[in-house]
Design a protein around this ligand. Structure first.
Ligand code: SF4
Ligand code: SF4
Ligand code: FES
Length: 257
C-alpha cells in the first residue's frame, strides 16, 4: 500500500501504453485513490480524468474499449496482472490492491489500436467466414420456430453465452497473428448453429470452412481456452464434437462422389 499525505489508500496501476498500431510500447504508472468495490474501469476513468503519472509528469488519457460494463459485450477484455479477462468485472480488491500494484496490458493476438484498445475484427470476420448464423430471413411473420428437445436446448444454451471477448484466442498457443486458425470461440459457435433445426441447412458450408486452412484440425487440444473463458463454455467438448462432425461429413462426402 502507498499512502499519500492524507493517509488515503492508493491503488497503483501500471499500464502498457502504445500510441498507435506501429508505435513502440512503454509503461506508465498511476496512483488512484482507493474506494471499496472499485473495478478496473473505474480506475481507468479516474486516470483519464487525472492523467498524471506517479513521477509527476503529465501524459495523455489512456484509451480502452468498453460497452456494457457487466461482462456481456466483451469489449473491455485486456490482460490484467498477466491474465486475460474483462476489466469491468475485475474488482481491485480481488487483484490484491491496494497492497499490490495492478498491471494492465492490451491483448497480444489482435492489433493494438491504441493503449488497451485492440481491434477484434479477425474474430468477427471468422464468424462471417464460417456463417455462424441461423438463416431466417424476411420481413414477414415466420410463425413459431421449430420445436427443440429439452436435452438439445440444455446442450446448446451454454454455447449461446459466448460474448466474443477473445479470451480463448488470447490464451490459445495455436492462434497467432501469423496464421488463420479460427480458434475455440468460432468452433463452438459452429457447433451451436449446426445443432439448430434451421441452422443445420448451412452445416456443410460451415464444415467445409472448418476443414480448410485454419480449421478445427489446427487445434492441439492444450485446453488453455477453456480455462480462461469467462462464461465457462465447454470449449473442449465443442472442439471434439465439431471434429467428429467434420470427420463423419468428410467420409460421407467421399462416398457420395
Ligand atoms: S484446445 Fe488449445 S489449441 Fe485448441 S483452441 Fe483451445 S487453447 Fe487453442
Ligand atoms: S468462447 Fe468464451 S473466451 Fe472465447 S470468445 Fe466466447 S466467451 Fe470469450
Ligand atoms: S464493458 Fe462489456 S464486457 Fe466489460
Amino acid at each position: 500500500m502507498i499512502a499519500n499525505n492524507t493517509s488515503e489508500k492508493i491503488v497503483t496501476i501500471e499500464i502498457r501504453r502504445q500510441d498507435g498500431p506501429h508505435n513502440p510500447s512503454r509503461w506508465e504508472k498511476f496512483a488512484v485513490p482507493y474506494r471499496p468495490n472499485m473495478n478496473i474501469i473505474s480506475c481507468l476513468q479516474y486516470i483519464a480524468a487525472h492523467p498524471i503519472m506517479t513521477n509527476g509528469q503529465e501524459t495523455t488519457p489512456p484509451v480502452w474499449d468498453a460497452g456494457c460494463l457487466e461482462e456481456v459485450c466483451g469489449a473491455c477484455t485486456m490482460v490484467i496482472n498477466g491474465h486475460v479477462r474483462q476489466a469491468c468485472s475485475a474488482l481491485v480488491e480481488k487483484l490484491g490492491a491496494p497492497q499490490k500494484p495492478i498491471t494492465l496490458e492490451p491483448m497480444t493476438k489482435f492489433p493494438v489500436v491504441r493503449d488497451l484498445f485492440v481491434d477484434r475484427q479477425r474474430l468477427f470476420n471468422d464468424l462471417k467466414r464460417t456463417k455462424c448464423w441461423v438463416p431466417i430471413d424476411g420481413t414477414y411473420d415466420l410463425g413459431p420456430g421449430p420445436v427443440m428437445r429439452q436435452r438439445l436446448q440444455e446442450e446448446r444454451y451454454p454455447l449461446s453465452r459466448c460474448i466474443s471477448c477473445g479470451c480463448c484466442l488470447e490464451a490459445c498457443p495455436q492462434y497467432t497473428p501469423a496464421n488463420k486458425f479460427v480458434g475455440a470461440a468460432i468452433i463452438s459457435q459452429v457447433r451451436l448453429v449446426n445443432t439448430h433445426p434451421i441452422g443445420t441447412d448451412m452445416r456443410a458450408e460451415r464444415l467445409d470452412v472448418l476443414m480448410g486452412e485454419g480449421g478445427v484440425a489446427d487445434c492441439s487440444k492444450a485446453g488453455n481456452c477453456v480455462q480462461v473463458c469467462p462464461k465457462k463454455i465447454p470449449l473442449l467438448e465443442s472442439i471434439a464434437a465439431v471434429q467428429h462432425e467434420a470427420t463423419v461429413y468428410s467420409i460421407k462426402r467421399f462416398f457420395a462422389r
